[in-house]
Ligand binder design. Structure first.
Ligand SMILES: Cc1ncc(C[n+]2csc(CCOP(=O)(O)OP(=O)(O)O)c2C)c(N)n1
Length: 401
């Protein structure tokens, strides 16, 4: 006789006569995996990653560099030098911890607050500055807002600020990797606010059903602009969603770089060896404003931010660990910071001195062969610029019109 258990919806189901709703309020909260205590000491029973001193220092250097670059570009926006910026303050460990635990060949789909991931992959300070100044060396040719980076050479998909766009794309890219028998995976970053988008759930479901090797990495920084996470969803945060889709899930302290590293490393192993998605919810805090367009003092106390920074700052925690283990010292810290500040200033100055891309670039790169209607517009635009050149500040643009 044929086994009809699959008709019951996914395998043989246990039966009961007890009429009882599953009440999620009765479930224990998902714990937060940690390695380091707030004072930088190893927690009892925790295993630090097997990384040597050079690797640990590289992680620390990148976290500090990200912080310094963020400060400088944020100021550049305040000075009117760039039109927009968005910092990563407080989230340095989520980014560097996860970026350092995957392979360069693994493909990244970011949201927009993952600058540290690209920094880890070798995108240079000049590259960040050129993009934010939207000059002629900006890889996106001035077509994207600042911080909407993308780089084929760094296996980093160009950012779309329309929330959750990247998530089904990441599932699809992971499916393609699986089809081509690649030994790599996709890493897809998103904020907790973005999980309210339908696309997030479509992505989880596609990835789970089609068994796509993608790490869904949620940066839970507590806010979606002014909406606190407590008003974003009910239930136990984002990690609890994974189980419903059949995705192995974990919650990690996003301010503990070693914990984030450990979790991401294991996530990658599961992803690649079992060819299935994994969900990580990294608990952190958005120290900066959402972006330079919004002042967060309108919806949260400035005291909360400074208290958080004193108690949970991921850079301070990691530094304490490095100092305690004689891997780093205050003298080197000062020299290192001064040299990064100089490099960042040089990169910003260099970017500011350059011209913008030629405006006619807006017609290129969309089609392999430009269609007739676009060719016509392109020609008209060039004629317009010639005729009315005195109306525009064309000096600021690259001259090849
Ligand atoms: C589809 C869509 N809706 C709304 C917005 C406006 N918006 C931009 S960022 C943002 C908050 C996202 O929060 P979260 O995903 O938690 O990421 P975070 O900014 O905190 O890193 C919103 C609502 C958008 N860009 N796209």
């Amino acid at each position: 006789m044929r086994d009809l258990s699959s008709l019951e919806g996914g395998g043989k189901l246990p039966k009961t006569t007890e009429l009882k709703f599953l009440n999620p309020d009765e479930n224990p909260r998902i714990p937060v995996y940690r390695v380091l205590a707030r004072n930088g000491h190893l927690l009892q029973g925790a295993s630090p990653p097997s990384l040597d001193k050079t690797e640990l220092l590289e992680m620390y250097h990148q976290m500090v560099t990200l912080n310094i670059m963020d400060t400088a570009l944020n100021v550049a926006e305040r000075q009117g030098l760039i039109p927009f910026y968005l910092t990563n303050f407080g989230e340095e460990a989520t980014q560097i911890g996860s970026a350092s635990a995957v392979k360069f060949e693994d493909f990244v789909f970011g949201q927009y607050r993952e600058t540290g991931v690209l920094l880890w992959r070798g995108f240079r300070l000049e590259d960040f500055a050129n993009q934010c100044f939207n000059n002629d060396l900006d890889g996106t040719k001035g077509r994207q807002m600042p911080v909407h980076y993308g780089s084929k050479e760094h296996n980093f998909m160009t950012i779309s600020s329309t929330l959750a766009t990247q998530m089904p794309q990441a599932a699809g890219a992971a499916y393609a990797m699986k089809m081509s028998k690649s030994e790599n995976c996709v890493v897809c970053y998103f904020g907790e606010g973005t999980t309210s988008e339908g696309d997030a759930h479509a992505a989880f479901n596609f990835a789970a059903v089609l068994k796509c090797p993608v790490i869904f990495f949620c940066r839970n920084n507590g806010f979606a602009i002014s909406t606190p996470a407590s008003e974003q969803y009910s239930g136990d945060g984002v990690a609890s969603r994974g189980a419903g889709y059949g995705i192995p899930s974990i919650r990690v302290d996003g301010n503990d770089v070693l914990a984030v590293y450990n979790v991401t490393k294991v996530a990658r192993e599961i992803c690649v060896s079992e060819s299935r998605p994994v969900l990580i919810e990294a608990m952190t805090y958005r120290v900066g404003d959402h972006s330079t367009l919004v002042d967060s003092s309108g919806y949260r106390h400035a005291d909360d931010v400074s208290t958080w920074d004193t108690r949970f700052n991921p850079i301070t925690r990691f530094k304490k660990y490095l100092l305690d283990n004689d891997i780093w010292d205050e003298e080197r810290e000062e020299t290192f910071k001064q040299s990064v500040i100089r490099d960042v200033e040089d990169a910003l100055r260099g970017a500011q001195e350059r011209k913008y891309c030629n405006p006619t670039e807006m017609f290129t790169d969309v089609y392999n062969v430009m269609p007739k209607n676009l060719e016509k517009q392109h020609k008209e635009f060039k004629e317009h610029l010639q005729k009315y050149q005195h109306e525009y500040d064309l000096e600021k643009f690259h001259p090849d019109i």
